[in-house]
Write a protein that binds this ligand. Structure first.
Ligand SMILES: C[S@@+](CC[C@H](N)C(=O)[O-])C[C@H]1O[C@@H](n2cnc3c(N)ncnc32)[C@H](O)[C@@H]1O
Length: 224
């Protein structure tokens, strides 16, 4: 059998575009000004936000486990936090981003919302911030540079409460995970890191895992 190769740009996207559009059409109409401004900003700078379908999924995850303590590794300018916070009845949501400008914009947007949780903002390396926190979390969300995925999982798995969830975006890396050999990855080794991360989680006896194939794959692992 021929060796399968996938290069950047050649992804599974076209086959799923209509499905994504359909899923999007099922969502209720969200027209909050902050949300629309965030989406416009992402479009303008081609910034990789998770989008509404995955955002809605994060909201449902948070509300369904009664999340009161969430830690985000890689918050960008707050789009994913926007959706998590919608599903929180109180507690704290920690945002981290290595880029100071992103965190500044997140603070500006999220402070305009009436939410019941407290937002904490850190313009710093997420792994460092995490090590300086203590206690367990209901949800730990990972969306940092993909080469760091195995490291983030190793840090996070110990600190998720039983019944809580680890959630990682880009678990399918636009289909690259299906290839034996990947040419022109975004950064060398990122696909391998995601595959290692996914395998570690699915083989972890303390977690039940699933990849929701929406957008670029959202891995969810619930601690037993
Ligand atoms: C894909 S974006 C996050 C998007 C965001 N979760 C959303 O959907 O709204 C990844 C972000 O993580 C940040 N980042 C990457 N590696 C990081 C790390 N180790 N610590 C903190 N921030 C990191 C980048 O600056 C970038 O803003």
């Amino acid at each position: 059998m021929a060796r399968q190769t996938i290069s950047a740009g050649e992804t599974l996207r076209p086959a799923r575009e209509k499905v994504e559009m359909y899923m999007n059409s099922l969502l209720k109409k969200y027209d909050e000004e902050v949300l629309l401004e965030m989406e416009n900003l992402a479009k303008k700078y081609n910034f990789p936000i998770i989008g509404r379908v995955v955002g809605n999924f994060l909201h449902v995850m948070a509300i369904s486990i009664g999340a009161e303590r969430i830690f985000e590794f890689g918050s960008g300018f707050g789009f994913s936090a926007y959706w998590f916070s919608m599903g929180m009845k109180g507690g704290e949501l920690t945002l981290t981003d290595g880029n100071k400008t992103n965190i500044g914009i997140a603070r500006k947007y999220l402070s305009r919302l009436s939410r019941r949780c407290d937002f904490k903002y850190y313009a710093a390396w997420a792994q460092d911030v995490f090590k300086e926190t203590s206690g367990e979390f209901d949800i730990i969300y990972n969306d940092v540079d993909k080469g760091d995925y195995p490291e983030v999982w190793a840090l996070a798995r110990e600190r998720i409460r039983p019944g809580g969830c680890y959630i990682a975006d880009n678990a399918l890396w636009y289909g690259r995970v299906t290839a034996e050999k990947v040419e022109n990855d975004i950064e060398p080794g990122w696909t391998e890191a995601i595959k290692e991360h996914n395998a570690l989680i699915f083989h972890d006896a303390d977690f039940d895992a699933f990849i929701n194939p929406a957008r670029d794959g959202v891995l969810v692992a619930r601690r037993k």
